[in-house]
Design a protein around this ligand. Structure first.
Ligand code: SAH
Length: 357
């Protein structure tokens, strides 16, 4: 039998020495997404497409609008990064088929997903045969429209700690009595050069989370948009401006758990640094971030909810639609915690939801 993940991580540390937080996160999440269904009421956490079908539907309408705005290219890749159970793509495709059959005829679905278990869930959900990719670098060389909801928060972050005027990497090692514990690398980190501003601006003990994987993926997508045309939409919780602060968290059964406990059994995420994503976009146009609330309202999610309510058969179904959409746009909850960023080609109009009034 393969060793359990905690044993595997301890063996790794015994062999290579303490590992970075990013390596720990990658090992733990690689196991986590392959061990069963993490998303939904029975899982550990719930996401916007699982709360209301209106979410994926208005995103599908957004894609159709963008496609028309860039001159209706055919073929075009409709890409989702980290599609989870495939619910968002399923809802988006249904809306696209209803409002833009010409776009439906031109698009090919491409899913960027590393987990075989999640790929199976997506295959079960989607009527169309998608093409799967481990990362965006082998997407086809065509125009593309990319959706990513709660994807970037699942990518591994490095944590750098300010100490005596230098950034040191935070590591995961083994405590003398056994078990995992955080420690700080003795030598300053070569990653310090990737951080904004001088170290002098930061007090001792400040933690900066650096998501190199997110930067690389945004750079890859932006390069493709610049070369072939298209757009991307990133929705996630996080901060508009780069800042220090520890946001790495573990969630299990809809509750917080200690990060180093039971690796591979809890979802690990870190807040997304939208300023860093914007920097990684390079030459293409960046729109936002705006709040999920403003974005979804601009896209007409309330009218969509009203329409769904009109055709709902029971009072319970009508109430479920109302509470779901209210949750997505709640100004004290998901509506402001979640932010939306778009990328578009240099000579394209601002995509829906980002036009300046
Ligand atoms: N977007 C979905 C699910 C988000 S969970 C929703 O809104 O419900 C994160 C998803 O990203 C999972 O499908 C997970 O398997 C996938 N994933 C995590 N790390 C990844 C990586 N490095 N490359 C590709 N997919 C990844």
């Amino acid at each position: 039998m393969a060793p359990t993940l905690p044993r595997h991580i301890e063996a790794l540390i015994n062999k290579e020495g303490p590992i970075t937080v990013a390596r720990f996160m990658a090992e733990a999440l690689g196991h986590y997404y392959d061990r069963g269904e993490p998303i939904g009421g029975q899982g550990d956490f719930i996401t916007a497409p699982e709360i209301s079908q209106a979410f994926g539907e208005v995103l599908g309408a957004w894609c159709a609008f963008v496609w028309r705005g860039i001159g209706r290219p055919s073929p075009i890749a409709l890409v989702e990064l980290g599609p989870g159970r495939g619910t968002l793509m399923q809802d988006a495709l249904r809306a696209i088929e209803a409002v833009a059959p010409d776009f439906a005829g031109a698009l090919h679905v491409h899913l960027v997903e590393t987990s075989p278990v999640m790929r199976r869930a997506q295959a079960d959900r989607l009527g169309r045969r998608p093409v799967w990719h481990d990362d965006p670098s082998d997407l086809p060389d065509t125009p593309l429209i990319v959706l990513a909801n709660e994807f970037f928060d699942a990518l591994p972050v490095h944590q750098l700690v300010a100490r005596n005027g230098a950034w040191h990497e935070r590591l995961v090692g083994i405590r003398s009595g056994g078990g995992l514990a955080f420690e700080i690398a003795a030598e300053p980190s070569p990653l310090a050069g990737s951080l904004p501003g001088g170290i002098d601006a930061y007090p001792d003990g400040a933690i900066f989370e650096l998501n190199q994987a997110a930067g690389a993926i945004v750079g890859e997508i932006a390069g493709r948009i610049a070369e072939h045309g298209g757009a991307a939409l990133v929705i996630d919780y996080g901060h508009a401006a780069s800042a220090t602060g520890e946001t790495l968290q573990a969630v299990r059964n809809h509750a917080f758990a200690p990060v180093l406990d039971d690796p591979g059994e809890a979802d690990l995420t870190a807040h997304v640094d939208f300023e860093a994503l914007s920097r990684a976009a390079g030459e293409v146009m960046v729109h936002g971030p705006t709040s999920q609330r403003d974005f979804l309202i601009a896209l007409g999610i309330e009218a969509r909810a009203a329409k769904l309510q009109n055709s709902a058969k029971t009072k319970e179904a009508r109430e479920e639609i109302a509470t779901g959409v209210a949750r997505l746009i709640d100004p004290r909850g998901m509506g402001t915690l979640f932010k939306v960023l778009a990328l578009s080609g240099p000579d394209q109009p601002a995509p829906p939801g980002f036009e300046t009034p």
